[in-house]
Each structure stands twice: as structure tokens, then as C-alpha cells.
Design a protein around this ligand. Structure first.
Ligand code: IPD
Length: 246
């Protein structure tokens, strides 16, 4: 419980920073063809790190903006301080903070916070997950023809090329495909039944660790497979567990 409360405090604190900086002039640290790195990502991770590691100094932190501590420690925080950086930069109000805690590799706590809609999803292994304090579950839709599925295309040539055939196939089988730009929010939306599934061919653990716990705790299914050709990237299929996605 203590871990979950501190994770929520850290997510709200980083979310407040993001909300205050949204639609204001931004400092760009780096750009690539399909990605942007902002100073605010780093500032948000610093805020999260301070809160988590001051409280639990023996824990490690594995974040998109860098790692802290001994990564073989039993407790490891997995953090994306701003998932949906490109949305943030373009003024699209769809991004979030994602924080998970792993104990010996298993995700025990997951928190996702959307500072624009002020929505906080939180979960702890073995307990019902909550959205702003209210329990939720995955959707009941069992037919692909009625499903709304988010397909992530990520930011490298390899992940884009791996995702396109899947998008081409899915778009004919489901009601709608979506590509919303925040994997963590996709996971949160699958968990609470807004989306029926989320699929991405090359995603990092910090994008989906918190959502992994939330989807499973809400009755859904998460299948993850490490990519042999891309270090630290996973293929992921997260769903309500009722759809024939393969
Ligand atoms: C990205 C977003 C996007 C997903 C990419 C991620 P970032 O995270 O989650 O939806 O398709 O694979 O890298 O870079 O905005 O934290």
C-alpha cells in the first residue's frame, strides 16, 4: 500500500509539472525522424526520482530518461515521465505519466496519470484497480468486428515496418483502428474498457509496465515477447482477453 501511495504522489507531482508546461515554449533536447526529446521529460523524471528514491533509497529506477541505482535490486521502479512526448510537443492533449514497481521482475504496482483529464489509474497486485477511486474492468466485446484497437507504430524504421502489415490486416477486421501516440494511455484505456486491444511491435518496458498490471488486474490479457532484433523492446498484445486477435 505504501508503495502505491508514493507512486501516486510521484505521478501527480510529475503530472502537475507537465500540465503547467503544456502549450508553453519548450526546450528541445534532441530530434530524430520520428521522435522528439524535450527538457520537460528530464525534469519530470527528476521530480519522480526524487520522490521515489528519497522514500525508498535502496530501490533502483529504470526510466526513459536514464537509470539510477543497482538494476539487480529486488525493487525496481519502471518510469516513463512523459509518454506521448510528440503529442505534448504538438499541443495534442493526450499524454501521461507512467510508473510501475517491479519486485524481482514481477510488476506489483502500476500508476498511470493523465494530467489533462485529471485521470489517475492505479493498481496493486491482488487488488481491484481504480480510476480516480472507482473500480473498473476491461470491455466485454468478444467480436473483432465490434472492436476498437489501437496499433502503435513507434519511431524506428524497423518498428514501423513491422507494424504496417498488422495495421493493414486489422483495419479490415475491426470496427476502427486508432493510433493515439501514448502506449501507456492505450494500456490504461484497454484496462478500463475504452479500447478493446492495443498492439505494438516494438515497445519499451517503461511505456507498458504500469499498464500491464492494470490490464491484467482489470480482467484482461497481456502477451509480451522480447524482440530478438531490438534490445529492450517487446512485441505486445494487450486486450480484454475475449478477442481472437491472432
Ligand atoms: C512513445 C509512445 C507511442 C509509442 C512509442 C513510444 P514516448 O513513447 O508511447 O505511442 O508508439 O513506441 O515510444 O516516446 O512518447 O514516451
Amino acid at each position: 500500500m505504501q508503495h502505491l501511495e508514493v507512486a501516486k504522489e510521484a505521478a501527480l507531482a510529475a503530472g502537475e509539472l507537465l500540465r503547467l508546461r503544456f502549450e508553453k515554449p519548450l526546450t528541445v533536447n534532441a530530434t530524430t525522424a520520428h521522435d522528439i526529446k524535450l527538457e520537460v521529460d528530464v525534469l519530470a523524471q527528476d521530480r519522480i526520482t526524487k520522490i521515489l528514491l528519497e522514500r525508498f533509497p535502496e530501490h533502483a529506477l529504470y526510466g526513459e530518461e536514464g537509470i539510477v541505482g543497482d538494476q539487480t535490486s529486488d525493487h525496481q521502479w519502471v518510469v516513463d515521465p512523459l509518454d506521448g512526448t510528440v503529442n505534448f510537443f504538438y499541443g495534442i492533449p493526450h499524454f501521461c505519466v507512467s510508473i510501475a514497481l517491479r519486485f524481482r521482475g514481477d510488476v506489483m504496482v502500476g500508476v498511470i496519470y493523465d494530467p489533462i483529464r485529471d485521470e489517475l489509474w492505479s493498481g496493486e497486485k491482488g487488488l481491484p484497480p481504480l480510476l480516480n477511486g472507482k473500480p473498473f474492468q476491461v470491455s466485454a466485446r468478444a467480436h473483432l468486428a465490434e472492436a476498437v484497437v489501437s496499433i502503435g507504430l513507434a519511431k524506428t524504421q524497423e518498428t514501423i515496418e513491422a507494424g504496417l502489415p498488422l495495421l493493414g490486416e486489422m483495419v479490415h477486421r475491426v470496427r476502427k483502428c486508432r493510433m493515439m501516440g501514448s502506449a501507456a494511455l492505450d494500456m490504461a484505456y484497454v484496462a478500463c474498457g475504452r479500447l478493446d486491444a492495443y498492439i505494438e511491435q516494438g515497445i519499451s518496458l517503461w511505456d507498458i509496465a504500469a499498464g500491464w498490471l492494470l490490464v491484467e488486474a482489470a480482467g484482461g490479457r497481456v502477451e509480451m515477447e522480447p524482440r530478438k532484433d531490438m534490445p529492450d523492446k517487446f512485441r505486445i498484445v494487450a486486450s480484454n482477453g475475449r478477442l481472437e486477435l491472432h
